[in-house]
Ligand binder design. Sequence first.
Ligand code: AKG
Ligand code: FE2
Length: 295
Amino acid sequence: MNNSKQMNNNKLSNLKQIVNCDTYALHDPDSEDWHTAVQRARSELQQYGCSVLTDFIRPQILNELEQQSEALAPDAYDTVETVNVYNTDPNQSLPLEHPARITFERGNAFVARDLIPENYLIHLLYANPLFKQFLAACFEIDVLHELRDPLAGLCINVLQPDRGHPWHFDTNEFTVSLLTKSADQGGVFQYCPNIRTPEQENLSDVHAVITGSAASRIQNLDLKCGDLQLFMGRYALHRVSKVQGEKERHTAIFAYTKLPDVIGSVERTRQLFGRVLPEHLAAQQNSARSDKLMD
Ligand SMILES: O=C(O)CCC(=O)C(=O)O
Ligand SMILES: [Fe+2]
């Protein structure tokens, strides 16, 4: 067998070992089951901006998934940051009632991609071509690209007891996440579907939600370990409520983009991971130039 055939076989067997392919036929993009799963996700994304693929991971490996997550959690960059829902500077000269003036403590910590071994389950899944092909179809995009960012493409989001991930919009239009360890209590993913559009910020509703006076707009997701969540986080305001009890809550965040070669800015990377790599500095230098010539 030649090398590339062997590699494809390995990827297929990895996928079948990790994903519940009886329910989600990721291994066979020509099958009716594959199209049915894609269609369901598409229609939920169109309606609510969110689709949960329950029991996406094979139950036999949920323990291993949690153990790998636990082994990496101590490496998370842990800092409590003051943020607003837009992740912009909260001190700008905006009226006091503007939602950007309301701040929260962001208490989650990220384990960066370069600390996650390539043979760990979430890393195998993130880079798997059949996984990417399926997700691209669900989001109705031709091709999904892994970030070229060596830190931000794949992360574990760690919430310790008494910490929460406050109300925010994501920068990326869509996100894929997987609960790898659940909290005893609290740590609930909450969101407000379609609260803004590319044309309309809808500041008054955003303000009402984050000040606690629009509870009826908020949907709670009851996620279990091994459920995969597809989410349009740029248009839906969302948060993870404070974790209660003894256990941490972990999610794997799989970041993909429509455009290739995406690398985070030096400033944002330092905020999220406490460090930057030569790739971030080089990308910043290149983007400051008016051309892409070597000299
Ligand atoms: O951990 C989660 O479930 C959500 C995380 C999130 O919203 C984010 O990382 O932007
Ligand atoms: Fe988010």
